[in-house]
Design a protein around this ligand. Structure first.
Ligand code: PGA
Length: 315
């Protein structure tokens, strides 16, 4: 009989019965332990020995002893039990969040917010690994189509019944200009700024999509455009006086305000909240579910501290 054929024919029940008989070196005792009749234990042992192709026990005095093949099989049964016990401990670890892995892809603007949440999550669950991939919207959508990740973060999620998208956090898009750019007493209109050079993200970017939609809706045409495929490079270029830009407010941190200013412009900010997006039929692992719950709570905390800060500013 070929090796795999034996494996296919043997049943776990036969191995379980054999292991008990081998441990007690007694069919009578094994039958008692297993609550079976002696003949049914003997039948299972005979079937097992037939499949193995060699006797597993032999008579010795009034009892039985294991043959060499029987001893080998008894050792194999112990190993199988140990492997199974290891498997069980691993799935227990997973469900109790002692270990696991989450993969997440986020758009470039969200990378300014996500790593902090990730740090807090990893401190809470040190055994869980998180793989974070940062791409523009098109790249995140491609990863999503290939089902590479558990969760995705982007604004303007695709409208598709197979996809679940929950709002995650505010993502206002603002107009930025060099610090010496003149501002009037009242907010400018986009039309009044449209004659200046605008630095735009590349096609495929979610920020760019939102800008194009806004321009389409308002009928404003930008006279001079330059494409720069990175939020950081856009900030630097604006700081260097190359033009104006529309960027996610999240890409600006405290020190950036030495180099750029947010211009008050009518119709701005454009609100494009990020969403946590996933396939409806994707079963989240315990680790991925824990990350999703954590992110949801984290966003709620951020929102309430933002509201509080607003109230304090008004007071
Ligand atoms: P982007 O996407 O990084 O591709 O500009 C931003 C977004 O989806 O909000």
């Amino acid at each position: 009989m070929k090796r795999n054929e034996r494996w296919r024919r043997i049943t776990l029940r036969q191995l379980e019965i054999f292991e008990v008989v081998a441990r007690h070196v007694s069919i009578t005792r094994a039958a008692e332990v297993l609550h079976l009749t002696q003949p049914s234990v003997s039948i299972q042992l005979k079937r097992l020995a037939d499949t193995v192709g060699q006797p597993l026990f032999e008579a010795s005095g009034r009892g039985i002893v294991l043959t060499d093949t029987g001893k080998e099989l008894a050792g194999t049964c112990r190993e199988l039990q140990a492997v199974w016990a290891y498997f069980e401990s691993r799935i227990e670890d997973q469900s109790e969040l002692r270990r696991g892995r989450v993969t997440i892809s986020v758009v470039t603007t969200a990378k300014y917010v996500l790593p902090k949440a990730l740090g807090l999550f990893c401190r809470k669950y040190p055994g869980i690994e998180v793989d974070l991939d940062v791409q523009n919207r098109e790249g995140v959508l491609a990863r999503m189509r290939d089902r590479l990740d558990d969760l995705h973060i982007m604004s303007s999620p695709p409208v598709d019944a197979r996809i679940l998208a929950e709002p995650f956090f505010d993502n206002p898009l603002v107009v930025i200009a060099p610090p010496d750019h003149k501002r009037g007493a009242r907010p400018a209109t986009l039309e009044s700024l449209a004659g200046q050079r605008f630095l735009l993200r590349e096609p495929g970017s979610g920020t760019r999509l939102a800008i194009d939609e806004h321009l389409g809706k308002t009928g404003v045409t930008l006279a001079s455009r330059m494409v720069i495929g990175s939020n950081e490079a856009i900030k630097q270029a604006v700081a260097g006086g190359m033009g104006l830009a529309i960027v996610s407010r999240s890409v600006l941190s405290g020190s950036d305000f030495d180099d750029v200013q947010i211009l008050p412009v009518r119709g701005f900010p454009i609100e494009k909240p990020w969403h946590i997006v996933r396939w409806r039929d994707h079963r989240l692992s315990p680790a991925a579910q824990a990350f999703l719950d954590f992110l949801t709570d984290y966003a709620a905390t951020l929102r309430s501290s933002a509201t509080q800060a607003k109230k304090l500013r008004k007071a």
